[in-house]
Structures are given as structure tokens and as C-alpha cells.
Ligand binder design. Structure first.
Ligand code: GRF
Length: 220
């Protein structure tokens, strides 16, 4: 449909540089989406300042306000439904999303993780990769399933580990690629090109295997 913007909700906990990359891609006209709501589990998240600056509605919904994970999940479901968002984008959301929430938005929740999954799941994936001594790492956007940092892969970007890297310089280089691939994946959703087939994601029309790095990327 001409001019349609995909309504999305973005979940954050911290500094929100991925949120910013989505805002920038929307504002520059590259990404056909509209952020209907930002949800944070922390009232002090710097990401909320970014919302204020750009006039984006946000809600703080901390898990500790609820007796059970289930009730927290219900509050999250209610907030997203009320916002009209059709895709939930986890962008540095540092809490495990409740199973009832995942069920309510099956195949409509995506996450970005700073490693080439399934390697280096969990916290400080960049430090894990650095300490292990791999020569290539990167970032992954995937569909969210109840198991942490798992779920069908949608896009990955490969980032080399350089001889003089520290865990910090490596994390910074990976982040630049996160800021590129996350808006691209959301754009694929906006274009209705993401399909799940037998537990694997297929992106209709993506140019696989044409470049040494990041072969799927088109706009970003
Ligand atoms: C990113 O490295 C992302 O991959 C991970 O959490 C971090 C969030 O950073 N899931 P930011 O808040 O978007 O700056």
C-alpha cells in the first residue's frame, strides 16, 4: 500500500543507540515505519531522553512492579496492543521477555544480539568473542522465541577482529553494523518480505551470496 508505515514498538533498557538508528532511518525517509511506542523497564534509561527529543510516546513498565512474570507479560501485551504496533523490536532490552508475551506476538518480535549466533549467547557477547580469540564475529537479528538469544535468524553482519582490538573497540565496530542491519530488517518487515518457513526465515527477494560481507543488505 502506497505510503503505509509499519507501526512498531521498541523495547529498551539503556542508552538506546539502536533505537536512535531506527529513529534516524525513519526521519531520513529510508525506513517506512512509525514508532508507536517505546517501552522501557527502567525509568532512568537514556533511551527515554531520545524519545522526548523526537516526540515519541513511551511507557516505563518495570517487571518488579508486578507480582509475577505472567502479570508483567499481560501489562506488556496490553501496552503494545493499545499502541497498534504490529512488530515488536527489542533494542537492548535487558530482561527476558515473558512467555505469554512471546506467544501473543508470535513471529512478530525481533531482537538484535552482538555476536554471530548461535555463538556467544548471553551477556557481553563481544567480550566473550574477544576472549575466545575468534577472528570473525558480528551481530545477528533474529525472531524471538522463549529460549534466550535463539530463534530463527533474519540477518547477520560479519565483523573482523583486528590485531589491535580491545573488547571495547570490537564492541564499537560491531555496534556500527547493528545500526545498519536493524533498520534494514525492519524495512523488510515493512515491505512484507519476511516469511517463516519450517522454522527458518526467508526474506523474499534478498540477494544472498553476492558480496563477501553482509550479502543480504540492500538499503543500509
Ligand atoms: C546492543 O549491543 C545490542 O546488540 C544488545 O544490547 C545493546 C544495546 O545497545 N542487545 P543500545 O542500548 O541500543 O545502545
Amino acid at each position: 500500500m502506497e505510503g503505509r508505515k509499519l507501526p512498531i514498538a521498541v523495547f529498551v533498557s539503556g542508552r538506546g543507540t539502536n533505537l536512535q538508528s531506527i529513529i534516524d532511518a525513519i526521519e531520513s525517509g529510508k525506513l517506512d515505519a512509525e514508532i508507536k511506542l517505546v517501552v522501557s523497564n527502567r525509568s532512568k534509561a537514556y533511551a527515554l531522553k531520545r524519545c522526548e527529543k523526537h516526540g515519541i510516546p513511551y511507557e516505563v513498565i518495570p517487571s518488579k512492579k508486578f507480582k509475577t512474570h505472567q502479570e508483567w507479560g499481560e501489562a506488556l501485551i496490553e501496552a503494545v496492543k493499545r499502541s497498534g504496533a504490529e512488530l515488536v523490536v527489542l533494542a537492548g532490552f535487558m530482561k527476558i521477555v515473558p512467555p505469554n508475551f512471546i506467544e501473543a506476538f508470535e513471529n512478530r518480535i525481533i531482537n538484535i544480539h552482538p555476536s554471530l549466533l548461535p555463538a556467544f549467547k548471553g551477556l557481553d557477547a563481544q567480550g566473550q568473542a574477544f576472549d575466545y580469540g575468534v577472528t570473525l564475529t558480528g551481530c545477528t537479528v533474529h525472531l524471538v522465541i522463549p529460549e534466550l538469544d535463539s530463534g530463527p535468524v533474519i540477518a547477520q553482519a560479519v565483523v573482523p577482529v583486528l590485531p589491535n582490538d580491545t573488547a571495547e573497540t570490537l564492541a564499537k565496530r560491531i555496534l556500527e553494523h547493528e545500526h545498519r542491519i536493524y533498520p534494514q530488517v525492519i524495512q523488510w518487515f515493512a515491505e512484507g518480505r519476511v516469511r517463516v518457513d519450517n522454522g527458518k526465515v526467508v526474506v523474499l527477494g534478498a540477494k544472498y551470496g553476492t558480496l563477501p560481507f553482509n550479502p543480504q543488505l540492500e538499503r543500509f
